[in-house]
Design a protein around this ligand. Structure first.
Ligand SMILES: [Zn+2]
Length: 147
C-alpha cells in the first residue's frame, strides 16, 4: 500500500524502515494506515512513514490530498535521507567521463525514410543525457571543481 524506495543508496538509507504512506485522519483525530469499513469516513490525510516520521501538513480527504501527502513524504523525508547519504561520496570526474563514452558507444541507428542512418528515439535521449553530463563536467572544470 505504501511506497518503498528502491533507487540509489536504498540499502544505505534503510529503505525497508521507510515505507511512506498517506494515513487517514479520522473524525476523532486518530491517524491510521488501516483502510477498512471502520475507517471509511475520514477527514483528511497526513504523510506517514514506517519509521515514525509524520508530515507537518494536513491534506484534504481527496485523491489530490492523498497525492500531496505522498509527495510531502518523498520531498521532506525520503529525499533528505538519500541526499545525506549521497553527500558522503565523491565520484572521480574520469569515471563520469568514461560513462559518457560508454553511453556514446551504445548508440544505435535506424534508417530514415530515405535510407539514411538516424538515431532511434531512445538513443536520442541517451545522447542528450551524455551531452548534459559532458556539459556538467566542462562547467565543473571551468569553475575550478566547484559548482
Ligand atoms: Zn522514514
Amino acid at each position: 500500500m505504501g511506497t518503498v524506495y528502491c533507487g540509489p543508496f536504498a540499502e544505505a538509507v534503510g529503505y525497508h524502515d521507510h515505507e511512506g504512506y498517506s494515513a487517514r485522519i479520522l473524525p476523532d483525530g486518530t491517524e491510521t494506515a488501516i483502510w477498512t469499513y471502520e475507517t471509511r469516513e475520514f477527514v483528511g490525510y497526513r504523510a506517514h512513514c514506517e519509521c515514525g516520521w509524520r508530515g507537518r501538513h494536513r491534506y484534504a480527504a481527496t485523491d489530490e490530498g492523498e497525492q500531496l501527502a505522498d509527495e510531502e513524504w518523498d520531498r521532506d523525508h525520503l529525499r533528505p535521507l538519500i541526499d545525506a547519504e549521497a553527500q558522503r561520496y565523491t565520484v572521480p570526474a574520469s569515471r563520469l567521463l568514461d560513462f559518457t563514452r560508454e553511453l556514446r558507444e551504445s548508440l544505435t541507428t535506424t534508417d530514415d525514410e530515405q535510407g539514411r542512418p538516424m538515431l532511434t528515439a531512445h538513443c536520442q535521449g541517451v545522447l542528450h543525457a551524455a551531452e548534459q553530463l559532458e556539459r556538467f563536467l566542462d562547467d565543473l572544470a571551468q569553475n575550478g571543481g566547484e559548482l
